[in-house]
Design a protein around this ligand. Sequence first.
Ligand code: PRX
Length: 630
Amino acid sequence: MAESFDVKLEDTEYTPDSSYLKESWIGDYQTAYQRFLDDPDAFWADIAGELEWFRPWDRVKDWKHPYAQWFVNGKLNITHNCLDRHVTSANRNKVALIWRGEEEGDERVITYRQLYRAVLRFGNALKKLGVKKGDTICLYMPLVPEQVIAILACARIGAIHSIVYGGFGASALNARIRDAKAKIVITADVGNRRGKRVPLKSIVDEAVVNAPSVERIIVLRRTKPQLELYSEMELDFHEIMENVEPVCEPEVMDAEDPLFILYTSGTTGPPKGIVHTCGGYMVGTYYTTKYVFDVKEHDVLWCTADPGWITGHSYIVYGPLAAGATVLITESVLDYPDPGVWWRIIEDFGVTIFYTAPTAIRMFMKFGDEWPSRYKLDSLRIIGSVGEPLNPEAFEWYYRLIGKSTCPVIDTWWQTETGMVMVTTLVGDTMKPGFAGKPIPGVVTDVVDKEGNPVPPKIGGLLVIKEPWPAMMRTVYNNDERYREYWNTINTYYTAGDLAVKDEDGYIMVLGRADDIIIVAGHNLGTAEVESALVSHEAVAEAAVIGKPDVVKGQAVKAFVILKLGYTASEKLKSDLTYHVRMSLGPIAMPSEIDFVPSLPKTRSGKIMRRVLKAQEMGIDPGDISTLEE
Ligand code: PRX
């Protein structure tokens, strides 16, 4: 990786109508940022003070690099702020969740009060099964209200949830269940996807083999006739809610007690279990929902992610509910039954804040302008993007076709590890296509070289975060050493692992990962995971995987495979390997190309040089190859 490099920047700008800024919660960027700089702890205390605590904190933070504690000795329960706070106010009957299935007309609308009651019952049901504060529960569910109920019920009783995206395969699920030693797995019989049924429960059956920590499997049964439950280990989601007390007092959590583990891909080895805690995460997600997404009383927020990713944790569940917003969720994918379905949903439900991923935007561009043009999108007020760089072409399309050249586009940069949005262009500020924007008030970032020296504008470098923030991860589960690496690689900064460049105004353009993480359609994949899935096939001796630029997905997986003696390359074997990866890791990890090769470029110490493969593939200079073996 080059230490710093020149980058050509574009200079288009758009400034939304001044009413956006005037009416925004955050107000002027400079003023808000200065308020933070003047007294960082007071800044965060003010925000935390908008929420309810069972016991106030003694100190806003204790920072002993690289370990932070936020809201020290503060006691809370995040569900008290997401539910009780609203059901004891005029918001009691406000809609918390709108769910839309894949079929037109398949809808459920749930008020705060209804959600509250369901969460309390499910919390009691979990307690009755012996779940205690600190136990880990794995969720592997479709995007239905019961998923949100289960998430909040865990938080209610102090159990740590580990949500695994329903698109992952059995071996990925197994690895996550085992690492977190999950006591219970909550799933559904099926998820719906493009008119087909994904057999989630069968995948769980496969995944719990060799997972001795699992005591029970709770199944949401959606189909008729009902899926049969075979053993005492298996329980029905709704039945266990029946004979329990309706009242479930929130567990009193310390601000630093863990709230959840969420696995994200690592460059090497197995996925990392990112640990977030109750207090800081609550404050960070609440703050960004209110002050970055600028959520107001009548907004309908639609974040198209799944709760299986951090985006869903923070901006479907915790942030919006803490802020008392109305949240739309749907099982609907963007092009089924036709590429107009998401625009129809916006029109039908009057969505005002829409938050999606660049890969989705690029898919829509491919489908053509006629699709969004058929629908009334004038309810939209703010549109956002997350997950990978929003390239200027996609920005322009999104801004004009969806935002009608009036909605602010918030391109938000953040990570599973950061828990909350870190860099963006605040609502009302001047937007620069291609640039995410500036660090939000409360966050201190920079672009630096390998030694940690800031690089001048227009010179690329590494994106770092210089100061702790409330929603930062606290450790990597079972691997604190890996946690420390984040803070010890460049100076004393948090190294995000992304390449970036700033312009003269301090706007940051994120260029992509600096390591071996591939971002396919906004989903983070480690080369190591895909390689080990390939190598687990009987025909494969060795494998190397790279991300190859893809106009729609951002990156696609390309695999180079050395076959074992006795196996011959064939198209059939290619599709077998693709299927094998799909079954173990899920569809997102599927290679779009496989090359059979006699050898792989390696360093003398035996490490595969993916950079060389990538350069070869793209016809560019591989850079320094002095460590290459041959
Ligand atoms: O490379 C950056 C990219 O996604 C990575 C984080 O992935 P994950 O932990 O899965 O979280 C994704 C959702 C928060 C980052 O290191 N990324 C995320 N947002 C952006 C982005 N790259 C460019 N621009 C963004 N807005």
